[in-house]
Design a binder for this molecule. Structure first.
Ligand code: ADP
Length: 473
């Protein structure tokens, strides 16, 4: 199988194609020309001999040679004609007797062949015997008058050996030329095939170079429109891979940074306590309180990361059951109400209809809770949060609207990225990891749902979630 691999190569197929196109017509041409040459040469020779023989025939009639074969002029001409064409001439009288044979063999003998009989009736016959290589002619000997009786018949047979010698010579020559041209065609086909597949080799080499190069390398082999299209497709794919790689690197860097920040704070707090002598108990208490807060933050980041990883891993393995979404939202509201009250934020749930849906209760609850939590966190004092639930025959919709600080337009497309936080300055006052919306979006996508955000800075934000009522795996 491996040995035959080259049969599938473009180079071999091009070579074969060019070779066939180059060689086949020349073979056809050679065979056709040789075949028509033989026919044409024989017919030319027949016409020649026939016209000469007819001239001589007229003279034979004029001199009444059949009755008297001693006429010297005719004898000389008969000899000449048979010598020129390397042939034999027989003259037959009406009694079917041979009166003259230029070979001098059959004079006096009787000949009754079909040709002779037909010729006596006035027919002119030309025959080519290709096997024995001679042309046979039968010419009636009679005067110009139509009704005149035939004085005899002239039989002429001429050898076509001369023609065949030419034919063989031509055949040999044509074969030599053809073999030479076939060799040239094969060489040209090989060179052309190599030349034509060159851009593909270039493409493969560029693939390797671009892969080995730094982040900026791009591929472009524009020799053919096809290689250009491949290059473009490759560049697009490479771009996507680079984005994935970059975001992975960024993610790892962010995770390390986020995990390190609370640790650094704790170390600073602990060191400052250890570096002082006779530290008052209140200061200890205060610093330990700060350290406990940092531990809490570290804990939150790790928990969020674990939720994300879990969501990524178990994509497709949702724990689906029929859940009362109204109740699910009520539980979320109950859990978050104390936080909202602390900032005197009004928290309202509006259910337009009872909704039961096939969802993963834990994951959906996590997703919706993040949204409501954000709406409270990024709010103003004495603000409000409205949560509403509605449904049609296919989907249920949850809308979380707040009167908060809003999200700048340029940040809207980034809010679902891991560790993204709109304004690093407010992130110091409002605690968060930047992972909440990434978790929410993942969970919603796993349910084949969709999430959209509308926001106006300083006025508030609306998140709308749409999830199918029945789960399709
Ligand atoms: P975080 O842990 O920071 O809340 P999220 O992923 O939940 O992380 O949110 C990402 C960022 O989007 C937040 O830091 C915040 O800047 C912005 N954001 C999210 N929800 C709201 C909202 N309801 N109003 C204003 N900004 C919001």
């Amino acid at each position: 199988m491996k040995k035959l691999k080259f049969l599938r190569s473009l180079r071999f197929r091009l070579f074969l194609l060019i070779a066939v196109i180059g060689i086949v017509p020349s073979v056809v041409l050679r065979v056709a020309i040789l075949a028509s040459y033989e026919g044409r040469a024989v017919s030319n020779r027949s016409i020649d001999v026939l016209s000469q023989a007819k001239l001589l025939g007229n003279q034979v009639v004029t001199y009444n040679y059949i009755s008297d074969t001693s006429v010297e002029v005719i004898n000389t001409q008969l000899e000449q004609l048979s010598n020129i064409y390397d042939g034999r001439i027989l003259l037959v009288n009406p009694g079917f007797q041979i009166v003259k044979d230029t070979y001098g063999l059959d004079a006096g003998k009787t000949i009754i062949s079909e040709e002779v009989v037909r010729s006596f009736r006035g027919e002119e016959i030309t025959k080519y015997d290709s096997e024995n290589r001679y042309i046979e002619l039968a010419i009636p000997l009679k005067g110009a008058e139509e009704e005149e009786k035939s004085q005899g018949v002239m039989l002429v047979s001429v050898s076509t050996d001369g023609i065949m010698v030419n034919y063989d010579f031509l055949k040999d020559n044509a074969l030599v030329i053809e073999i030479a041209s076939a060799v040239l065609v094969l060489v040209a086909a090989f060179a052309c095939a190599n030349l034509l597949v060159l851009p593909f080799g270039k493409l493969t080499k560029s693939f390797e170079e671009v892969q080995a190069s730094d982040d900026t390398g791009k591929l472009m082999v524009s020799d053919y429109t096809e290689t250009e299209a491949i290059s473009e497709a490759f560049n697009e794919m490479l771009g996507r891979l680079r984005v994935i790689d970059e975001s992975r690197q960024e993610f790892v860097a962010n995770v390390s940074h986020e995990l390190k920040t609370p640790l650094t704070s704790m170390k600073v707090l602990a060191d400052s306590l250890l570096g002082q002598e006779d530290v008052p108990a209140e200061l200890y208490k205060e610093f330990m309180g700060d350290i406990a807060e940092e531990i809490e933050r570290e804990n939150k980041i790790i928990n969020d990361l674990l939720s994300l990883v879990k969501l990524d891993k178990s994509s497709g393995s949702l724990n689906i059951s029929v859940v009362n979404v109204n109740e699910l939202l009520e539980v979320i509201m109950k859990r978050l109400r104390p936080i909202a009250e602390k900032q005197s934020i009004e928290l309202v749930l509006e259910s337009f209809r009872p909704v039961s849906a096939e969802v993963d209760e834990v994951k959906l609850s996590l997703a919706l809770m993040n949204l409501v939590e954000n709406a409270i966190k990024y709010n103003r004092k004495d603000g409000w949060v409205h949560v509403s639930l509605n449904a049609d025959h296919k989907y249920f919709f949850v809308r979380v609207e707040d009167s908060g600080i809003g999200i700048p337009e340029e940040s809207l497309e980034h809010i679902y990225e891991r560790f993204f936080r709109v304004d690093k300055s407010h992130s110091r006052e409002i605690k968060g990891t930047g992972l909440g919306l990434a978790i929410t979006r993942n969970a919603i996508l796993m349910h084949r749902g969709a999430i959209k955000a509308h926001s106006k800075e300083g006025e508030g934000t609306i998140f709308t979630v749409r999830i199918p009522l029945t789960y399709v795996g």
